[in-house]
Design a protein around this ligand. Structure first.
Ligand SMILES: [Zn+2]
Length: 526
């Protein structure tokens, strides 16, 4: 007796083919009860079972977006100004002007998503640009990467930043000729403004989480990670879980250090339920490549900078040691080779984990061959974003030194070395967090203009599918129940209009998610 039988389909998971003739999946009590041929499972189904004829379509394990910023996805879809896709400073400021007209007088205007490589002027917006359209309220715009702010004069004043303000360690207050701040703040210096902003309410946070997780379900994503949350946001997640209102599974990673705060955030209480996991802490060792704040061993092409290391070695080492000893998994953002070296050096000295957890490096963008070998030896899990090649490839080609471009997100090398890879989107850093776009980019290595980036680092559709499902399950410690289509696993499934493993790479993004199931319940239907 089953609750549900999906039949007459193609079972497409990473990591090997199912036995020939496997065309059906049976579900009981939220778990996969059996897989097999359609007739056998339909015969066993029982009168009460729901039957869904897949008519040849594909079933894949629900995607796992191993590195996303769930609440920020939701923020952009609720109360924040979305400036992704703007093509000039004029278009950007016009959006700020019209959005501001809808806000209460003096209220903060927050927006996100510009990318100067896509702007006609090829530069970051400054306080003068923003003052011209919104002088009467503080304005804070986050660059698409989340590592740079452009703010107006009112926001600088509210944060107490003037010509004499020293930036915090790991941050930069960009200044003009007379020493006056231009309104551009990088990395930890953003915290000076963040701490002056009114924080979202618990109700705001709940709306963001709910909106974002429903958006993910529409893409076939049934589990994801919210990589970097503050204590108030964590409290909202815990409350939603207690009330049973989380629409999808989330691995929430508390931050141990918040920009703009003096000391570290104390370790939270660990929590693992069916829908919510809190046992990974998050650190950021450097910035982003597309905004030239990732810490490189050599200068960027377009500017005399090597990027930013956000932590002094000793502080990061001590916080990692404490988290590790207390039984937490550690996920550290490290993109540039200098940051990757710092983090591997620290992980190397941690010794065996009290619970046997493997630590993670988020992004792992520009490792050299020795870094790849060291990460493999240490059993480090990598959580890279091949979708960056598509959406930020133009920045990479403009900003990265020639020597580094060929080893940009080297997926082939990671897999060949035996590193467990969890693919992910880092949304809302990129606008399109469709896993099939990330899979296509892993296979084609092409940017949005069709230019290849380190084409020899391509992986297969099967490998990419595995990394976008089981990879994330392993990275979160959920591989005993998620990431595969096999008896006993949670019935988290996506039904696709076509089988990605039988689709030419350039047509992968034409595949539609027809239906998403979570614990055997249909939670999205196209
Ligand atoms: Zn991120």
């Amino acid at each position: 007796m089953f609750d549900l039988v999906l039949f007459n389909g193609q079972i497409a998971a990473g990591g090997g083919d199912p036995a020939p003739g496997t065309r059906a999946v049976a579900v009981r009590d939220g778990r996969i009860a059996a897989i097999g041929d359609s007739k056998t499972l339909l015969d066993q189904a029982g009168a009460g079972a729901r039957r869904i004829d897949l008519a040849g379509r594909a079933v894949v394990p629900g995607f796992n977006d191993a590195h996303a910023h769930v609440w920020k996805i939701g923020h952009l879809r609720t109360t924040m100004l979305d400036v992704r896709g703007v093509r000039s400073i004029g278009e950007l400021t016009e959006k700020v002007r019209s959005f501001g007209a809808r806000l209460a007088p003096g209220a903060w205007l927050v927006g996100r998503g510009f990318n100067e490589a896509m702007l006609q002027e090829r530069r970051l917006p400054t306080r003068e640009d923003l003052d011209a359209v919104a002088a009467d309220r503080p304005v804070v715009l986050t660059r698409t990467c989340g590592h740079v702010y452009s703010v107006n004069s009112r926001a600088l004043r509210a944060a107490g930043i003037d010509a004499h303000t020293d930036p915090p360690f790991g941050g930069e207050i960009v200044r003009g000729d007379g020493g006056e701040p231009t309104g551009v703040l990088r990395e930890t210096a953003m915290g000076l403004v963040t701490r002056a902003m009114p924080p979202p309410s618990a109700r705001d946070y709940e709306a963001m989480i709910d909106t974002a997780l429903r958006h993910q379900l529409s893409l076939g994503i049934t589990s994801s990670s919210d990589c970097g949350v503050s204590p108030p946001l964590l409290a909202v997640y815990r409350d939603m879980d207690a009330r049973g209102v989380l629409p999808a599974r989330v691995n929430v990673m508390p931050l141990r250090r918040l920009d703009g705060m003096a000391g570290p955030v104390p370790l939270a209480e660990q929590h693992v339920s069916g829908m919510l996991r809190v046992d990974t802490v998050k650190f950021l060792a450097d910035g982003g490549l597309s905004g030239a704040t990732a810490a490189l061993s050599v200068p960027y092409r377009h500017a005399p900078t090597n990027g930013v290391l956000r932590f002094e070695d000793g502080e990061l080492r001590e916080l990692c040691r404490e988290s590790h000893a207390a039984g937490w998994r550690i996920a550290t953002h490290a993109i540039g080779d200098r940051a990757i070296g710092q983090v591997l050096g620290i992980y190397e000295q941690l010794g065996p984990h009290p619970r046997g957890y493997a630590h993670r490096i988020e992004h792992f963008g520009l490792p050299d061959a020795a870094h790849v070998a060291r990460a493999a030896r240490l059993g480090v899990i990598a959580a890279p974003q091949t979708v960056f090649l598509h959406s930020l490839g133009r920045n990479f080609r403009q900003y990265l030194p020639d020597a580094l471009l060929p080893r940009c997100y080297p997926l082939r090398a990671m897999l060949d070395a035996g590193i467990r890879v969890a693919l992910s989107s880092d949304a809302p850093v990129v606008e399109d967090d469709n896993p099939l776009l990330g899979i296509a980019a892993a296979v084609t290595r092409k940017d949005a203009e069709g230019e290849p980036i380190a084409a020899e680092q391509a992986i297969s559709v099967e490998e990419a599918l595995e990394a976008y499902t089981m990879g994330g399950a392993v990275a979160a410690g959920d591989d005993h129940r998620l990431g595969r289509i096999a008896p006993g696993a949670c019935a988290d499934l996506a039904i696709l209009s076509a089988n990605p493993r039988a689709t030419p790479p350039d047509a992968l993004t034409e595949i539609k998610v027809d239906m998403t199931l979570l614990a055997g319940r249909v939670v999205y239907e196209r």
